[in-house]
Design a binder for this molecule. Structure first.
Ligand SMILES: [Mn+2]
Length: 321
């Protein structure tokens, strides 16, 4: 944790009346939780500041907050804060360059440096935890409401697989303790995470009967548009089932493919053995060591990724990694 830089970020926020928070496109729980947690801290501390979260919404995250659409004018003279996003291209609103000043706050590998101030801490398993670092370092000055605590808790839970993934450490729990001290009401969050529609439950049944396996330890499934139609589930809902494929002992890698807008095929890649972020890099993707995403373009290229993943699983089992 870089306290000096977190104090600098505090000073910047303090000096602007208009602040725009920008998460990444196709936001996940951490992107939305981080954005609305940060917004809550700013408006609770300074009720006279105007704070907007911009970008896209999703059914999964809308109970935390719904991003706004802003006119170009709104960016003039504003402080923009990009959260949870390694690459500029992935930011949900590309008008960050029209703002007066840009701060990057992220926990992914720093593949692209951007922002007038960049705060990147890959040691934090959720971007929401960096917002908590910012809060704790400036604790004598910043305030947070219960809603802010809820938003950050949602971000932390979703990005850590409810405290399961690598990167969760003592700091994680010390930070989360602060949220409980503020009066976090965790019930609604857990109820939301445990809830699943009947349609998605039926698709899950299908997924668990139709996944494929490779010789050396990769489990995979391809979500086709026809599946979504047949089961009446959204792409986002269907993709959320990725970890259902990660339960088999001899299968350290699992992949979930899906077709996005304009026929573009992407893959959610997960591992409980070898690191897979380097493999993701090879396929125009990236992310974390055990959880990454890749962009394949066409269904044809999925075969190459499956073969590469199989080779990786083989090397892992042979102990040559
Ligand atoms: Mn994140």
């Amino acid at each position: 944790m870089n306290k000096t830089k977190l104090k600098q970020i505090y000073t910047k926020i303090e000096s602007y009346d208009k602040i725009i928070i920008i998460p990444h496109r196709r936001p996940d729980g951490d992107a939305i939780g981080t954005s609305f947690g940060l917004k809550d801290i700013i408006v609770t501390t300074w009720p006279n500041k105007t704070v907007h979260v911009v970008g896209e919404s999703s059914d999964f995250t809308s109970f935390i907050g719904i991003p706004e659409e802003l006119d170009d004018d709104a960016f003039k003279g504003a402080l923009a804060i990009a959260v949870d996003t390694a690459n500029k291209d992935r930011l949900a609103d590309q008008r960050f360059d029209q703002a007066d000043f840009l701060i990057k706050i992220d926990h992914h590998v720093d593949v692209q440096q951007y922002g007038d101030i960049a705060y990147v801490d890959t040691g934090r398993p959720a971007a929401a935890l960096i917002i908590l670092d910012l809060f704790l370092v400036n604790q004598d000055k910043l305030k947070m409401s219960k809603d802010g605590a809820k938003a950050l808790y949602f971000g932390i839970l979703t990005d850590t697989g409810r405290f399961k993934y690598d990167g969760v450490d003592g700091d994680t729990f010390r930070s989360v303790a602060t949220l409980f001290d503020i009066g976090l009401e965790k019930k609604e969050i857990h109820a939301h995470l445990d809830q699943r529609t009947e349609e998605l439950t039926r698709f899950k049944g299908y997924l668990l009967q139709h996944y494929k396996k490779t010789k050396n330890g990769v489990v995979y499934f391809k979500i086709k548009p026809r599946h979504l139609k047949k089961f009446s589930v959204s792409l986002e809902e269907a993709s959320s089932l990725v970890n259902e494929l990660g339960v088999f002992e001899e299968y350290p890698i699992w992949l979930l493919f899906a077709e996005y807008e304009e026929g573009i095929v992407r893959c959610r890649m997960r591992s409980k053995g070898p690191r897979i972020d380097l493999l993701a890099n090879k396929y125009d993707g990236g992310g974390h060591k055990m959880a990454s995403g890749a962009s394949l373009g066409t269904w044809k290229r999925t075969k190459l990724l499956i073969e590469d993943a199989d080779e990786l699983a083989k090397q892992f089992k042979e102990g040559s990694l």
